[in-house]
Design a protein around this ligand. Structure first.
Ligand code: ADP
Length: 399
């Protein structure tokens, strides 16, 4: 665990960048430092690997003051990833990734083998190994930056706005990849961003800083969204925090109804049996049960189905896996106001009205029940000690 204890940084010109900041950063989780530009995020991160020396307070790593460790030893235990990846332009991708192992005295072959393994881990095609950084897209370069930081298998990863320079679609891919890698490797990650959505998505714990490097709130994302500490945090979270908070509630508790689901082959009689006064539309599926679209009951059952006349079924949500936010989105996007729930194979398992979703939201809020870790992501904590033991063993072999 990293423990930041009443740390202050005043730069020589008098700027107070960080003011008596205290944080306990848990092992094997992602702790995000977020806040407006100039609030001291980068300074805080750089104090952890001593690129910046604090002017007050202490930072402990596993109970030991980092000032008592040789700086090289300390940095070897901490991978560092920055915006635009900061790759060596004159080195190939594989050699960029192998940099630290080579510095640690590994043979060329072993270092390159490790690099190849990491390329796969961060989702880079092996064919890119011999290229130079300028021959890669921004997103690919960022993946190389992550692979390079992981090369010597450090227990800690420090990441400074690593995904801020890439477009939103690529950024989402990188975030998902980081969560997946974290699940597998269980690193202790400290991640700096100015983007609150990114913080909420990837953080196990989120520290919101205000200008002057003072801590405004330190909490898990769901708690931040449900109970911002003050107006500053509330403003920083933005206007749709209520909707975003639904990402932390699982959809598995929603009561689905199957009655309005019919297949395209259904007869007029079968249709009539399904149409009830409180179900204004029927969901038509293919023979495998995959949704095709909504129809008014009267338009079905006499002759072959005219698929072009069906109303769009919107975007189905995966029951139990997706969150209440996805279910609500499905209902809002659906012209009928009903969301379609599917299983992992895309077969319709039921439908649910906006009203029912609204009731579920109210009761979820009332119970304060958050399916935070199950709804849209899992944390390293769940990846468990096994993965950690493996990573440790690997480090032992590697070292
Ligand atoms: P953030 O990462 O949140 O944008 P920084 O940690 O980079 O914030 O900076 C915090 C404050 O410290 C800012 O006011 C910045 O201008 C100032 N600062 C950062 N580095 C230096 C430096 N080397 N000398 C003087 N002031 C600095």
């Amino acid at each position: 665990m990293i423990r930041i204890d009443s740390v202050t940084k005043r730069y020589p010109d008098g700027t107070l960048a960080v003011d008596r900041l205290s944080l306990e950063i848990p092992d094997r989780s992602i702790t995000v430092l977020v806040g407006p530009s100039g609030c001291g995020k980068t300074t805080t991160l750089r104090m952890i690997n001593r690129m910046v020396e604090p002017t007050g307070g202490t930072i402990l790593l596993d109970g030991v003051d980092i000032q008592e460790q040789p700086v090289n030893t300390l940095r070897r235990s901490m991978g560092y990833v920055i915006q635009n990846a900061g790759l060596f332009q004159h080195r190939t991708i594989v050699d960029n990734i192998a940099t630290v192992p080579r510095l640690l005295g590994w043979g060329k072959q072993k270092a390159r083998a490790r690099a190849a393994e990491l390329m796969e881990r961060v989702g880079l095609d092996a064919a890119l190994a011999k290229r130079y950084p300028y021959q890669l897209s921004g997103g690919q370069q960022q993946r190389v930056g992550v692979a390079r930081a992981l090369a010597a298998d450090p227990p800690v990863l420090l990441m400074d706005e690593p995904f801020s320079a890439v477009d939103p679609v690529v950024r989402k891919g990188l975030q998902d990849e980081l969560l997946r890698i974290q699940e597998e490797l269980g690193k202790t990650i400290v991640f700096v961003t100015h983007d609150i959505d990114e913080a909420v998505k990837i953080g196990t714990m989120v520290a919101v800083l205000r200008t002057g490097g003072r801590l405004a709130q330190y909490a898990p994302p769901a708690e931040l969204l449900s109970a911002p500490a003050d107006d500053f945090v509330e403003d920083f979270l933005g206007i749709d925090r209520g909707i975003r908070r639904l990402s932390f509630f699982a959809s598995g508790g929603l009561e689905l109804t199957k009655t309005p689901i019919v297949t395209a082959e259904s007869t007029a009689e079968q249709i009539a049996a399904r149409a009830t006064p409180d179900v204004p539309y029927l969901l038509v599926t293919d023979p495998d049960g995959r949704p095709l679209g909504w129809s008014e009951p009267g338009a079905l059952g006499d002759g072959p189905l005219d698929a072009a006349r069906l109303l769009s079924h919107g975007r189905p949500f995966e029951y139990g896996t997706d969150s209440l936010r996805a279910a609500l989105d499905g209902a809002v996007l659906s012209p009928t106001g009903w969301a379609v729930a599917v299983d992992g194979t895309g077969r319709a398992v039921g439908v649910v009205s906006q009203q029912t979703i609204g009731e579920a939201i109210r009761s979820a809020h009332a119970e304060g029940r958050t399916g935070a870790q199950s709804a849209e992501r899992r944390t390293a904590a769940e990846a468990g000690a096994d993965a950690g033991a493996e990573a440790g063993a690997e480090a032992g072999v590697a070292g």
